[in-house]
Design a protein around this ligand. Structure first.
Ligand code: ATP
Ligand code: MG
Length: 550
């Protein structure tokens, strides 16, 4: 997958053209998150797109924190975003904070005022909204629109000095209150907020709005292709207006692409933050949410995420992607990389009555039959083992080939065993099985006398390591309605099941984030948060099979 050539897309074609015509000598892209939450897989789409395009054409990609709203931004988010971009496999050419450009932005605002293209307005946020008009009707001009350049310069300086309270004044562009594009109806460029900023502290009490700051940041950094999601399409005329009227030397261009939406989940920082704040999930790295840190903790790999977002491609219309598609790519990635071992998640004890009680035998087990380079490990076998509760039934239905009274099955990597007796407690619950093994059937020897239809997995009871298994189901029940507005009512109460079982002793040295394929159960990741030295916790990443077809 990783070796597949980059699929073409309309943005890539534009870049090829721009290089051919000499419009740009070098491509510069940027990934511009606002540090108001953790990144999610939608952001991964933007990261992969921006970095891949620059890589392909020997260009550069910047990481820029679009930090113009001090109320919501925090250093914790800045750090997590850096970590996630690096974990996804990318290195930025330069790191910027939008707030590093506050002085230049202020000067550009002064330029607009001097050109008669911006004015200080005393209307409240509500009044501005009310006078903005609708798609059918033009807006109403602000009574402050005709302030003189001198008065505007003086008031704007006073705004900067902190002489007005929050909300008392804004700086607005003077464009066209009758424009068919609502974004062009004298948009707000600066607002007052007496709030400490994570980067500039108390230096500023006026902050530029996104639509003013973003194009300036792009231009000041020399970005050539500024990629954003479709909802900004209507903002592009304003983007171009700012670049032109602020007389920016560098002329970036904005291109819009479809957001990534996925089934059975929510994908906006606002909603994810709500889940975290309400403690519906266990932090921003809860494996049930599609944050990069949650996906990492669940066990998804950067390779799988990159292949997934490349496969979805870049389109001009929004659509919802089946979450199972990501699962497909993680299976593909882990298939040859992760050792295949045995884990018993719901244990049932089996006593092998004809096996000597004190004996332990070490069986050879291939670590990955599809990848012989991964070698062989030894697993112990003795007279007591655990098998999966599901692998035994007293009254088997037709075509049941696993264990039942009188039936013989193969223990993976070991012997055939036959069930002779079912032991129950006073309530009638099965507590253990008594079986016999046939020494002639040892795995690896050429035994042809008789065949069995079922192979089951097991672990040695004497030496197995206790482990917790965390099995996940989708967090949001409503599959059809992606990102449902009432998502809190659609939370799946059974999205996490924690079970206590056993793994082979070879896993005692497993480290956080080591990944395994447990025979028949799927792929698992050692949880970095809950695992202890004595007891690993395994998150199920995906089961082995799915009906999903690419
Ligand atoms: P959210 O709505 O989740 O808060 P955002 O768009 O406000 O997302 P930003 O931090 O502003 O988040 O986004 C950084 C970059 O990531 C932007 O260029 C944005 O367009 C892009 N991006 C965000 N969400 C998605 C998504 N679901 N699919 C593709 N790109 C996305
Ligand atoms: Mg945002």
């Amino acid at each position: 997958m990783e070796n597949k050539p980059a699929p073409s897309n309309f943005i890539r074609n534009i870049i090829i053209d721009d290089l051919k015509t000499g419009k740009h000598k070098e491509i510069v892209t940027r990934f511009p998150p606002e540090p108001n939450g953790y990144l999610h897989i939608g952001h991964a789409k933007s990261i992969v797109l921006n970095f891949d395009l620059a890589d392909e054409f020997n260009g550069k990609t910047h990481l820029r924190f679009d930090d113009t709203n001090p109320l919501k931004e925090e250093t914790e988010y800045v750090e997590s975003i850096k970590e996630d971009v690096q974990w996804l496999g990318y290195t930025w050419e330069a790191l910027y904070f939008g707030s590093d450009f506050f002085e230049e932005m202020f000067n550009k605002a002064l330029l607009l005022i001097k050109k008669g293209l911006a004015y200080v307005c005393d209307l409240s946020a509500d009044e501005i909204r009310q006078t903005r008009g609708t798609l059918k009707e033009p807006g109403k001009e602000s009574p402050y629109r005709s302030r003189s350049v001198e008065e505007n310069l003086k008031l704007f300086e006073q705004m900067r000095k902190g002489e007005f309270a929050d909300g008392k004044k804004v700086l607005r562009a003077k464009i066209d209150m009758a424009s068919p594009n609502l974004n062009m109806r004298d948009p707000v460029l600066y607002r007052i907020a007496h709030t400490s900023h994570h980067n500039t502290g108390d230096k500023w009490c006026i902050y530029p709005m996104y639509d003013f700051a973003h194009p300036l940041e792009d231009a000041l950094e020399g970005v050539t292709h500024s990629l954003c999601t479709l909802e900004f399409e209507d903002h592009r005329p304003l983007y171009d207006w700012v670049i032109r009227e602020c007389e920016m030397e560098s002329q970036p261009h904005q291109y819009e692409f479809a957001r990534l939406n996925m089934t059975n989940t929510v994908m906006s920082k606002r909603k994810l933050k709500l889940l975290v704040d309400k403690k519906i999930v266990d932090g921003w790295d809860d494996p049930r949410i599609p944050t990069i840190s949650g996906l990492r903790r669940k066990g998804y790999t950067p390779e799988a995420i990159r292949s997934f977002v490349r496969e979805i491609g870049v389109a001009k219309s929004n659509s919802t992607v089946d979450a199972q598609m990501l699962d497909h790519f993680v299976r593909e990635d882990l298939k040859l990389k992760s050792p295949r071992t045995m884990a018993v998640i719901r244990p049932l004890k089996v006593v092998i009555t004809n096996y000597p009680a004190r004996e332990v035998e070490w069986m050879d087990a291939e670590n990955n039959p599809e990848n012989p380079e991964m070698g062989i490990r030894k697993i112990p076998f003795s007279h007591e083992i655990y098998i999966e509760q599901d692998d035994f039934v007293e009254d088997p239905p037709k075509k049941y080939h696993r264990l039942y009274p009188g039936n013989e099955v193969r223990l993976k990597h070991a012997y055939f065993i036959k069930c002779n007796e079912v032991i129950k407690d006073e309530q009638g619950n099965i507590t253990e099985l008594h079986c016999t093994y046939d020494p002639k059937t040892k795995s690896g020897t050429d035994f042809t006398e008789r065949k069995v239809k079922g192979t089951i997995h097991w672990v040695d009871a004497g030496q197995a390591l206790q482990a917790d298994f965390r099995l996940y189901e989708p967090l949001i029940l409503d599959k059809e309605n992606e990102d449902p507005a009432d998502f809190i009512d659609n939370i799946n109460p059974n999205s996490l099941e924690i079970l206590q079982g056993f793994v082979e002793p070879s896993l005692k040295d497993a480290n956080p984030h080591d990944k395994f394929q447990f025979f028949r159960h799927g792929y698992f990741n050692v949880d970095p948060k809950h695992s202890t030295a004595d007891k690993p916790v395994f998150n199920r990443i995906v089961s082995l099979k799915s009906s999903f077809k690419l």
